[in-house]
Design a protein. Structure first.
Lengths: 261, 331
């Protein structure tokens, strides 16, 4: 396993609240990595540190051995694509215009809109299944459609890395599986996908590499089938459960034994 | 599939053409209109140098150019601050930057001798000081646009009070001059008042043009902007400097002209059917609005010329009430 993107002994804090201390992580190249854990365990914060939205107090996040903070903003943006939980759509923006904004790192004052931009936007919209929405105002779309438009924007950036913070929240169950399937396909096409996911069963089904976090620490990481057992689920989520093979994929499936109070 | 994009661009192109035509018409009207009406033919003769007329070339022309250039500068300043605060009410005139710049200018007149260099320095310093004060008061681990706007409105009220106090304590002659100017007026501007401000505004607008693309990208929120390669800290610093610079430069010459910066970006955005709050429609709309308001100010009680700020406040006040009710309903 090789890893171009790594976190080395990073300490992360918001004001007085220390989120993680000396956390290290290697993100395997070309794999689908899912980060799971209870609320406020520091998984989103870790993701934000990986895309240099947050500067570690100690340690550093490195891409190809160089600190992400040392890259020119646009150079790094050609490598790492990131979709936060709450992106803002400018008022009255149309779908295709929003997807086009993903081309920003490839543009400059002298090269504003190239045929390559055009092609990347068209391709990204097809991959995310939003071609039919091209001329629609983003604010009029449903939550599921809007999420796919944002995914298309990140795809148009054409980065080898895709980092997504809870991309399935606000989606109904069908759209959740469609989105995870899309991410798996992008992984098959050679991209490295890193997603914070809420649903551990979905993470086990789709991810090649599972990172389980609690209290800002990585409790376990590896292939879901190798690391997920009842003891781990108890450790990470405080949830008593039995683990059975998923009847469709054979990956671990967590069935809680807790029945109310 | 590409038609939506082309359609938007065509609409923007049509808007630009219409606005430029309006600017030329209003500009021509401004050159013709006055105590004595000059025909367009006479005006063209003066402009091409075939004829001479002090009234047209030294009185009316600087005033018309000031209306257009200052209007564009105010429109851009408004668009910049509405982008920074992500709020249609977050414009320099509402959050107290005009009032702060005017305080600086008043200090330059009453305490110092009031040369144009002192006026410009005073108003830029005043504008920057108010911007810094609002930023510090509103900052709480990052900053929210709405908090910044609310604090700005309070600061605006305070600075307006300070301005009244300075005028009350000033000598009578200075006070009378200051009051006439306090509404924002283009009455009596001459070439001497304009060369340095025009040069300054040109530099600021060119600087901002180079960063317009990044500013529009930043409207996607801090996370997406950073992740797509916008250097947010440097961008914001530049935006504040250009926004305050434009506002203060106009205030140093014409006083605080309210509501152009508030209304022009929003009107321009709607006319262009554009996403977010873009700069070019704001600049063009600002130029048309201020020149139009100045013509009205000259015509309403002719031969007495009103300060243009009175007209812009009357029009803009109605707009602000409408905007406030809409914002309150949304929140």
């Amino acid at each position: 396993m090789t890893a171009r993107l790594t976190a080395r002994d990073i300490t992360l804090r918001y004001g007085d609240r220390v989120v993680s201390t000396r956390l290290s992580l290697d993100v395997p190249d070309g794999a689908f990595t899912a980060i799971v854990g209870p609320n406020a365990c520091g998984k989103s914060t870790l993701l934000r540190a990986l895309v240099r939205l947050m500067r570690p107090e100690a340690g550093q996040v490195e891409l190809d051995g160089r600190a992400v903070g040392d890259y020119a903003p646009k150079t790094l943006a050609k490598q790492l694509g990131f979709l936060p939980q709450d992106p803002l759509a400018p008022e009255d923006i149309k779908v295709r215009q929003l997807v086009s904004r993903g081309r920003f790192p490839h543009q400059s004052l002298l090269a504003l809109w190239s045929p390559e931009d055009e092609e990347a936007v068209t391709e990204a919209m097809a991959a995310a299944g939003v071609e039919d929405l091209a001329g629609r105002p983003v604010q009029e779309l449903s939550g599921g459609q809007r999420q796919r438009v944002w995914i298309a924007m990140v795809l148009a950036q054409r980065t080898p890395y895709l980092l997504l913070d809870e991309p399935t929240s606000f989606l109904d169950i069908t759209h959740q599986y469609q989105l995870l399937g899309l991410l798996a396909r992008l992984r098959d096409e050679g991209r490295t996908v890193i997603a914070v996911l809420h649903d551990i069963n979905q993470a086990c089904r789709f991810a090649d590499h599972l990172v389980a976090m609690r209290d800002g620490r990585v409790v376990a990481e590896g292939v879901p089938g190798d690391i997920v057992d009842a003891a781990l689920i108890k450790d990470v989520f405080d949830l008593p459960s039995v683990i059975v093979p998923d009847p469709v994929t054979g990956t671990p499936m967590i069935v809680p034994t807790l029945q109310g109070e | 599939m590409n038609t939506s994009k082309l359609k938007v661009e065509r609409r923007t192109a049509v808007l630009i053409a219409v606005m430029v035509a309006l600017m030329l018409c209003l500009g021509l009207l401004g050159l013709c209109y006055g105590a004595s009406w000059a025909s367009p033919g006479e005006v063209f003769a003066v402009l091409t140098g075939a004829d001479r007329s002090v009234v047209i070339s030294d009185w009316r022309l600087p005033r018309v150019l000031a209306g257009l250039v200052f209007g564009a500068a105010l429109g851009v300043a408004g668009a910049i601050f509405q982008n920074l605060t992500r709020n249609p009410m977050g414009s320099p005139d509402v959050i107290g930057l005009d009032a702060g710049a005017y305080t600086g200018a008043l200090v330059a007149i009453t305490v110092l001798s009031g040369t144009s260099a002192q006026l410009a320095t005073g108003s830029v310093t005043g504008g920057l000081a108010v911007a810094a004060a609002i930023y510090l008061l509103a900052y709480q681990r990052g900053f929210s646009g709405l908090r910044l706007v609310v604090i700005g409105i309070a600061v605006n009220a305070m600075m307006t009070a300070v301005n009244s106090w300075i005028v009350l304590r000033a000598e009578l002659e200075v006070a009378i001059a200051a009051v006439g100017w306090s509404a924002g007026s283009l009455n009596g501007v001459s070439w001497d008042d304009l060369t340095i401000p025009f040069a300054l505004i040109a530099v600021l607008l060119i600087l901002m043009t180079t960063r317009a693309h990044a500013m529009h990208q930043a409207s996607l929120g801090d996370a997406v902007a950073t992740a797509t390669g916008v250097g947010l800290n440097r961008l914001r610093l530049l935006m504040v400097l250009v926004g305050v610079g434009c506002t203060a430069t106009v205030t140093a010459v014409a006083g605080p002209i309210a509501f152009i910066a508030l209304a022009a970006p929003q009107i321009g955005r709607r006319l262009a059917g554009a996403a977010g709050v873009p700069l070019l429609p704001a600049a063009l709309t600002g130029a048309v609005l201020l020149q139009g308001a100045d013509l009205l100010a000259q015509m309403l009680l002719a031969p007495v010329a009103l300060p243009v700020g009175v007209v812009s406040t009357a029009i803009g006040g109605c707009y602000l009430i409408w905007l406030l009710t809409k914002e309150v309903r949304r929140a």
